[in-house]
Design a protein around this ligand. Structure first.
Ligand code: CA
Length: 231
């Protein structure tokens, strides 16, 4: 059973979400404001949070920061605002994805499922007993368990920083990872604005792993936002 925490102050949206989620066998808790959301998250340990950014008592970004202090639960943001700045701010604070209001229920449910799926741990065995810690592209293979990268039959030598950056991106395959998230996960919590580090290290990874480093297929830049690893 997947437990969803819906944080939203508009009763009509809450009602629609609760009905649709329960019909699909999700367990649902609803919070009308940020303070209740933080309490419910601590008490109920949801598997995913759907969070409106415009709340009566605090900005939704503050809720993201509050949650990220102790949990990596996937957070799907609902935003009525359209500016890229706000989306970047929410992603930087630790949101996983966003849906712009007004949203289609099907799209929201698809993104919710994707967020839950991504949160499942990489590694271990899947249903076929196959090792899923191996991430293969046509040019190279990343072995997350052994912390090795193979290209054309050889180990690629990566520095610990290069490895850590690669690992964060690969664990989020197909998904935008914000510049700030990368900096904080790889370099540490006091980093966040040193985007030049990222440019330098991404160039190194591309040089070591891309067939054509000046036209990367796997290490994709999302200008002004972050990076995305594509298999
Ligand atoms: Ca609202």
């Amino acid at each position: 059973m997947t437990r969803v925490l819906v944080v939203e102050d508009e009763p009509q949206i809450v009602r629609a979400l609760v009905i649709n989620l329960k019909a699909r066998k999700y367990e649902v808790d609803a919070a009308p404001d940020g303070a209740t959301a933080l309490q419910l998250a601590a008490a109920r340990h949801p598997d995913v949070v759907v969070l409106d950014l415009g709340l009566p008592d605090m900005d939704g970004v503050e809720v993201i920061r509050g949650l990220r202090g102790w949990t990596r639960v996937p957070i799907l943001v609902l935003s009525a605002r359209h500016t890229s700045d706000e989306k970047v701010e929410a992603l930087d604070a630790g949101a996983d994805d966003y849906v712009t209001k007004p949203f289609g229920m099907d799209e929201l449910l698809a993104r919710l499922r994707a967020a839950v799926r991504r949160a499942e741990p990489v590694g271990g065995a899947d249903g076929d007993g196959e090792n899923v810690s191996l991430v293969e592209t046509e040019g190279f293979t990343v072995d997350l368990a052994a912390k090795k990268v193979h290209r054309e039959g050889r180990d690629v030598r990566l520095t610990p920083t290069e490895w850590h950056l690669l690992e964060v991106l690969v664990r989020n395959t197909g998904r935008l990872v914000s510049q700030k998230q990368l900096l904080q996960e790889v370099w540490g919590p006091s980093y966040g604005t040193e985007t030049n580090y990222l440019r330098v290290y991404m160039a190194q990874l591309r040089r070591k792993l891309e067939t054509d480093p000046s036209h990367p297929r796997h290490f994709v830049t999302e200008p002004g936002m972050g990076y995305r690893f594509e298999r």
